[in-house]
Design a protein around this ligand. Structure first.
Ligand code: GLC
Length: 520
């Protein structure tokens, strides 16, 4: 980890790095005329220190910034690999202005350099932070990242091209050349593409292997071919790598360029060979199948633990669920639902978008609400779903609670206070919520797709249905409600759910095997 703290001779003096907040330092660094002159002058770090060097490249990471499951995987997988002591794990993400203040204030400024991208020459500040044995780097550029949120801007292509190029440019500055550069989703795809086009001819870069992980094939990073040179700075000779169906397709480019690529569950790895799931990329997946793996995500099973979680109204254990009743009662209280201990609560914590299976739910929910149930929804998303569920809560105030929000504290209260967790996704690369629900002894009902299929087994730790059909789903929900009434059987099911192993242990070992194969 020594290099993380390295500063170059010509950088901002040390005293400046120690006391000021990260933001103030950004400003002072920007105004200074210093350049990273020491770049490329250092000897390449000794690769045989015993640890393999892994660099995660991603657009979000817990605990700093999160919009979805990707961030959790980056945060928890990097930690799981670092604790083995076999890896020097580092993670690089953009320094968004929304990164939590409590962390920003602890970042250390390492220096800055200028990154070329076609005709652009952009400031790139580098900040660092260490936690749980993982070194994090943050790429600072206020023009690109001082905006609310992470995505959804007209220039996202340029923002993540700058980010990806910076990842390669900071390596000489840090004197850190990973054995495996592990890029996640389209926002990091260009790092793999640049490595295998512009950079691999340089001595220091030529041993770096690229692994590309697809967390969701729906978002591919597609742009007009006109932007090839002007925006992405890719030479015409490499157009064939990124071109797909008359567009630039960054995910396709990364798949072509990397030594291996993976998805976040074995089932999804199979599914994306099929046009139904692949959003047009199935021919590319099939062509590159020889380097594809599917590795099921794990979750941070210490962070999600019904015995320890401070967010819960009461903690409980797999051997004594009595306090889960308190969680349920208090949840009903804060949501304004009648406090009925024997009425099953069915919950959904989800983005309110169609592929999460909401079309099925909207189809049959009024039928379901005729039964003795309570339904709780937490999430944000498409306006018509937000409106639909809000209206339903208005019409069924005793049975339905709709919460249009992204709220970590409330989500844990809902996971722990519910009886059944519904996740009927049309497609689901992995899905973490069904595993988290299990950790709070809440029994999941899922559709058999992607990681839902791989993690939830009928009657072992939940319920499943195969076809994307609203009444198939309703049938299984009603079966679960019936079983819920048989208290001792239900408790056995809760026990099997809460004790199912979703830790990273197994999956991290599979990543280790993959890294080893790539380094042979
Ligand atoms: C994406 C996928 C989700 C997966 C997560 C982490 O958000 O949609 O299924 O669990 O990435 O890999």
């Amino acid at each position: 980890m020594a290099t993380a703290k390295t500063t170059t001779k010509t950088e901002t003096p040390k005293k400046e790095t120690s006391k000021k907040s990260a933001e103030a330092i950004t400003q002072s660094a920007k105004t200074s005329k210093t350049k990273a002159a020491a770049i490329s002058k250092k000897p390449i770090e000794n690769r045989s220190e015993g640890k393999k060097k892994i660099l995660f490249v991603a657009s979000e990471c817990t605990p700093f910034i999160q919009t979805g499951g990707l961030a959790e995987v980056i945060g928890s997988l990097s930690k799981a690999l670092a604790v083995t002591w076999r890896y020097d794990v580092r993670v690089v993400v953009p320094m968004y202005s929304d990164i939590k203040r409590e962390y920003r204030d602890k970042f250390t400024y390492l220096g800055n350099l200028y990154v070329h991208l076609a005709w652009r020459n952009q400031y790139c500040g580098i900040f660092t932070y260490e936690e749980n044995g993982v070194t994090f780097y943050f790429i600072d550029n206020e023009f690109y990242f001082k905006r609310p949120g992470c995505y959804g801007y007209f220039d996202d292509g340029e923002r993540f091209a700058f980010f990806s190029r910076s990842v390669l440019e900071i390596m000489p500055f840090l004197n850190f050349y990973p054995d495996v550069m592990h890029c996640h989703d389209w926002q990091a795809a260009l790092a793999a593409i640049y490595l295998k086009t512009n950079y691999c001819f340089r001595e220091e870069y030529q041993f770096i292997r690229a692994l590309f992980t697809i967390h969701n094939i729906e978002y591919q990073g597609q742009y007009s071919l006109d932007l090839l040179g002007d925006l992405f700075d890719i030479y015409g000779t490499y157009q064939y790598l990124v071109e797909y169906r008359n567009c630039i397709n960054l995910m396709k480019g990364a798949i072509e360029c990397c030594e291996a690529f993976s998805t976040v569950s074995p089932r999804y790895a199979q599914e994306i060979k099929d046009p139904y799931f692949a959003h047009g990329l199935d021919p590319i997946i099939r062509k590159n199948e020889f380097k594809l793996r599917g590795i099921l995500n794990g979750i941070d099973d210490v962070g999600y633990n019904c015995e320890l979680d401070k967010h819960l109204f009461a903690n409980f254990t797999p051997n004594d669920f009595s306090n889960k009743k308190i969680c349920k009662q208090e949840l009903q209280k804060i949501l304004g639902l009648p406090q009925k201990p024997d009425t099953p609560i069915i919950s959904m914590i989800t983005r309110l978008v169609s592929h999460k299976g909401l079309d099925l739910v909207t189809n049959v929910i009024e039928e379901l609400l005729q039964d003795d149930v309570q339904v709780v929804i937490l999430g944000t998303g498409d306006a018509h779903f937000e409106g639909f569920f809000s209206d339903l809560a208005y019409r069924y105030p005793d049975k339905m609670s709709t919460n249009i929000a992204f709220n970590g504290d409330l989500s844990r209260k809902i996971y722990s206070g519910s009886d059944i967790f519904l996740m009927p996704s049309k497609s689901e690369p992995c899905g973490l919520s069904q595993m988290i629900a299990c950790r709070y002894a809440t029994v999941p009902i899922v559709r058999e797709t992607g990681g839902l299929y791989d993690s939830i087994k009928p009657l072992e730790n939940g319920y499943t249905f195969a076809n994307y059909n609203a009444h198939d789903m309703l049938y299984v929900i009603r079966q679960a409600i019936k079983d819920y009434k048989k208290k001792s059987e239900w408790e056995k099911l809760m026990y099997r759910a809460v004790t199912a192993d979703f830790s990273w242990g197994h999956s991290a070992t599979e990543y280790e095997a993959l890294y080893s194969d790539m380094l042979k």
